[in-house]
Structures are given as structure tokens and as C-alpha cells.
Write a protein that binds this ligand. Structure first.
Ligand SMILES: [Mg+2]
Ligand SMILES: [Zn+2]
Length: 184
């Protein structure tokens, strides 16, 4: 089983800022080296799944339609560069809705539930936030913190749940994933 899970904001596109959201395609800005990173994952045989909290929909700040447009345009812009995202899964609920899918909950990682530790140990979640690192821990998989978004190394030093690895950006993280996969 070769799946890599990615957060979206701060990993694929520029972090919109604390308390803000990417509300339209106009506000979506790709980070450097992302197509290259996704291409490498595909070449190495990984399925790429994006898992992102977008509570701005649940809070009525932008619509499901706007989110769908962002997803479609993100995927087609990447496809033009030969980069593929296999699946995009969102939690659109507000934090007070107590859903099972809002990270650090693992409701969007359904396929992992039946897997043993030996398999889970080889899977990764790449994210830029403390909640991503906690999500990976809750799902039983490895975590890589990228420094291309909301968190610094100093932030991570203060977290109770530490990332398994820290990477400069998505391409750097992907190179770690591929290297670890080859050496297992
Ligand atoms: Mg993020
Ligand atoms: Zn949810």
C-alpha cells in the first residue's frame, strides 16, 4: 500500500494567514516546487490524497461551490504540469459541530482502520500545522512537518506531539518519503 496524505493550505498553496481562508481561486497561490514534488510521488508509485479542513464552508464564509471550483482548478493546473492528485477530501464543518472528520480526527482516513502497524508505519501525512501532526499520530501513521506554511521549527519544539520529520517544503518532504520507502 503506497499512499501519501497531504494537507492543502501551507503545503500545496500559500497559507492564507491565521484565521483566514482561501475563499476563491483568485486567492489560491501555488507554493514553489509543488508540481515537481507531486510528479516524483507518482513516478515512485504513490497514490496522493489531500485531506484538508475547510471550516469556512460550514461557517458560511465561502460556499461549497467556491471550494469545488478551487479544487477543480487546482487539479487541472497541476495536470497541465503532469502532476496528479488522486483524491481530495475536505472537512467543511465548523469546529463546534463536533464532527468525526475535522483534523485531528481521522474520519477522512477510513481506509486505514483495518491496517496493521507494519503497514501504517510506512504511510505519511505531510502538513504544516500542529493539528496535522496530531492527525498522523491519531491515524497511526508517520508525520512530516513542512516549514512552507504556518509553523516554524521553534513552534514544533513546543508541541507535545512532535513530527517524525521536518522538511523545508513539499518537495523536500517527498524526497524523505521516497528515500524511506526505498530503504524499507
Ligand atoms: Mg495547512
Ligand atoms: Zn467534519
Amino acid at each position: 500500500m503506497k499512499i501519501v496524505y497531504l494537507d492543502r493550505d501551507g503545503v500545496i498553496n500559500k497559507f492564507p494567514g491565521y484565521g483566514d481562508y482561501v475563499k476563491s481561486w483568485e486567492e489560491f497561490e501555488f507554493l514553489p516546487r509543488v508540481p515537481e514534488a507531486l510528479k516524483k510521488l507518482k513516478e515512485a508509485g504513490f497514490t496522493v490524497v489531500v485531506i484538508s479542513n475547510q471550516s469556512g464552508v460550514g461557517r458560511g464564509i465561502y460556499s461549497q461551490g467556491a471550494l469545488d471550483e478551487i479544487t477543480g482548478r487546482m487539479k487541472s493546473a497541476l495536470a497541465k504540469e503532469g502532476a496528479v492528485i488522486d483524491d481530495v477530501r475536505y472537512c467543511i464543518h465548523a469546529s463546534d459541530e463536533q464532527c468525526a472528520c475535522r483534523k485531528p480526527n481521522t474520519g477522512l482516513f477510513a481506509e486505514l482502520r483495518s491496517l496493521g502497524k507494519d503497514v501504517l508505519d510506512r504511510l505519511y501525512f505531510i502538513g504544516d500545522a500542529r493539528s496535522d501532526i496530531e492527525t498522523a499520530k491519531n491515524a497511526g501513521i508517520k508525520s512530516i512537518l513542512v516549514l512552507s506554511g504556518r509553523s516554524t521549527i521553534l513552534d514544533a519544539e513546543g508541541w507535545e506531539t512532535k513530527p517524525d520529520w521536518i522538511a523545508y517544503d513539499l518537495l523536500d518532504a517527498v524526497q524523505t518519503v521516497i528515500l524511506k520507502d526505498r530503504t524499507l
